[in-house]
Design a protein around this ligand. Structure first.
Ligand SMILES: O=C(O)C1=C[C@@H](OP(=O)(O)O)[C@@H](O)[C@H](O)C1
Ligand SMILES: C=C(OP(=O)(O)O)C(=O)O
Length: 430
């Protein structure tokens, strides 16, 4: 990806309609499930970003049949087993690396090496490797399997009960994918419920599953049934528009067909407490996933407290919530979010630095921030640290600033939302 800097000018008006790209988490899972299905999975609205392209490339390298026409993607295992040996490049995508680890651990006859870019090579893998090893997985790697590259020698896995110490949908999903090809059932009991797209899609495909609170059990299966559906718009991408419309004096934005899975919409709850003026219409289901039209209007926001139990449902929205917080009246405290230090960059440090450069009052804590507002933001130059969510959150902050803001390394928005910065300065009036 060629890097580029982007300058965002302030604006006061944000009206009309904005469609967001298909959900990244759902798209990864649809593709991975397709690779376990002879019949295949076909979706419309496949996420256009580089992360899901990494998943498709890895699956192709494994011998899965991948067909892509615009935003319509079909993945199938075909008649034979997955390829015997391959080097897989997960790029910048934690979801790709971790879910593939689980999927491949239980495929006897395969031997793969999973690698990634510089950022992904720093991110922790032990959280997925250790529980997979308890099922008999043969995974090795740098620092004893703690970091990429990892080697995965597919083998016959046993069933078991896994109790990850921290909530993570990636860990849970890796274990569930491994469980589909294990010799016995696999149960994952999480300390807090995380995004449940894997469970929903498996259920949608007719795969037997047991769910009890934050615990889920899958059973061995020869072949995954196929299916077709439309991927809802990505709530995590909509989050930038929701916040922008709320913060701008003349914000009134309609966002159609946005995924509204309650394990993802924690930002709406947090902003709702802060005074967000919004409504939801046209509720529907697609592929078992709830979606609807969001309407967001300019809002007077006040500070709030976000604590550990709320984090899983808004983990990727914390950078943009920090932007809302410095523009809100009063103090916002975000706690229990240390996990942000292990994303594409250290998001706690990156947002503290970016917002402070623009004049905000931000206190960095080990597990979050204390943010005081309302701060007037000034123009300036900030860094994305190569992290798509940081780049886009600072882009929204820039809309509300008193002068233009230059964002260094803004091309990383392409990881989840190609065209975001172009859209940010477009006139959506309609
Ligand atoms: O399962 C997923 O699709 C994801 C889970 C979350 O990560 P963790 O599992 O590390 O919490 C999230 O931050 C990531 O963007 C996508
Ligand atoms: C953390 C993210 O993704 P991943 O873990 O898949 O790299 C994200 O999209 O914010």
């Amino acid at each position: 990806m060629k890097d580029r800097d982007v300058t965002v000018a302030p604006r006061g008006v944000l009206r009309g309609m904005r469609e967001v790209p298909g959900d990244k988490s759902v798209s990864h899972r649809a593709a991975l499930m397709g690779a376990l299905s002879r019949e295949g999975v076909e979706v419309e609205g496949f996420a256009p970003g580089a992360d899901c392209a990494s998943t498709l490339r890895c699956l192709e390298a494994l011998g899965a049949r991948v067909q892509r026409r615009g935003d319509r993607v079909r993945v199938a295992r075909g008649e034979g087993p997955l390829g015997a040996a391959a080097v897989l490049d997960a790029g910048n995508s934690g979801t790709t690396a971790r879910l593939l680890c689980g999927l491949l651990a239980g495929q006897p006859g395969t031997f793969t090496v999973i690698q990634g870019d510089e950022s992904l090579s720093r991110r922790p893998m032990r959280r997925v490797v250790d529980p997979l090893r308890t099922l008999g997985a043969r995974i090795d790697g740098r620092e004893g399997g703690g970091l990429l590259p990892l080697s995965v020698r597919g083998t016959s896995l046993s069933g078991g009960v896994c109790t990850p110490g921290a909530p993570s949908a990636q860990v849970k999903s890796a274990l569930l994918l491994a469980g589909l090809s294990a010799r016995g059932s696999v149960t994952v009991a999480e300390p807090l419920k995380t995004r449940d797209h894997t469970e929903i899609l498996l259920e949608h495909l007719g795969v037997p599953l047991r769910r009890e609170g934050a615990a889920v059990t899958v059973y061995p299966l020869e072949d995954l049934p196929g299916g077709t559906w439309k991927v809802p718009g990505d709530f995590s991408s909509a989050a930038f528009w929701i916040t922008a419309a709320a913060l701008l004096p003349e914000g009134d934005l309609t966002l159609p067909e946005v995924g509204l899975n309650p394990t993802r919409t924690g930002l709406l709850s947090a902003l709702g407490r802060m005074g967000l003026d919004y409504g939801v219409t046209d509720l529907a289901l697609s592929g078992g996933e709830p979606l609807g039209t969001l309407q967001v209007r300019s809002s007077s926001l006040e500070g709030t407290v976000v604590d550990a139990p709320e984090i899983p449902a808004l983990v990727d929205e914390l950078p943009i919530l920090a932007v809302a917080a410095v523009r809100a009246k009063g103090v916002t405290e975000i706690r229990g979010a240390r996990e942000l230090r292990f994303k594409e960059c250290d998001r706690i440090a990156a947002m503290a630095e970016g917002l402070r450069t623009l004049g905000a009052e931000v206190e960095e804590r080990e597990d979050g921030w204390i943010l005081r507002g309302p701060c007037r933001l000034r123009g300036g130059e900030v860094d994305s640290f190569g992290d798509h969510r940081v780049a886009m959150a600072l882009g929204v902050a820039a809309l509300t600033a008193e002068g233009p803001v230059r964002i260094r390394g803004a091309a990383c928005a392409d990881i989840s939302y190609p065209g975001f910065f172009e859209a940010l300065s477009e006139d959506t009036a309609g």
